[in-house]
Ligand binder design. Sequence first.
Ligand code: R5P
Length: 287
Amino acid sequence: MYIVPGLASQHLARGLAEHLNQPLAKTSIQRFADNEAYVRIEENLKNQDVLIVQTTYPDPHIIELFLLQDAAKEAHAKTITVITPYYGYGRQDKKFKDGEAISARALANHISLQADQFLTVDPHKDYLMDFFSIPSIRVSAAPAIAEFLKKKNIEFVLAPDKGALARVQEIAKQIGCPYDFIEKKRIDSHTVQIQPKPFNVCNKSVAIIDDIISTGGTMVQSVKELKKQGARDISVVCTHGLFIGDAPKKLRLAGCNHICSTDTIETQYSTIAVAPLIAEKLQTIVK
Ligand code: R5P
């Protein structure tokens, strides 16, 4: 077996290789003068099970993934598993208006062309997995987030919208603390409104947990609300930290004390490793 790291997920791929006790493939991924991608896997992959690890964000990493798949196929790999820790384009998962592309499905179709299996972490909606024509595996980051928050002695967790509630409920159960949610209305991609409601957070250490932090707009509203209600220490936590523009600054200004995400997108905030969970899932499937 070989673990092939894409440029977007090098740290995670290394962690996966360590947890699976399998070699990390040497690759050369470069750009030509016109910015087209060049990919070479510098190993003999013939008859090997190959795991390609590459988050599909931002866009250039998508084409690198397709080329890595092609290189593995060309080298006669026995099986190709695509591990996309963060599945970019997952939020355009249906037609909101006539004439639109279903981007999540389009990407799934392309990945399925040269792979035997697909794995991702916390897809935006579970039904995204049905867009793949190959077996698709979903890994939940909840146990890793819960373990991280338990060490921080978090006393209350909040879902910043109803969509995040099931995950927050699962994490709260593992931490053993109360939880609640806020009703959110999205006005546009940069503006959200929330329905204020009272929480028992005065003087407490709290965490707000979502699947994605993009512009930070959703989290900012919840942070402000918990701050107003006297929370002592506020962490914002997510699986996929996109942190667009000045999102971290906006979060701090709103009163957030800690910004944490998993390493599905590798940034300075990705302090929670998901490689152990991915390795565990792969080992269960093989057994
Ligand atoms: C929405 O359904 C997602 O779960 C997140 O709440 C959303 O993507 C966060 O976006 P932003 O940080 O831009 O508010």
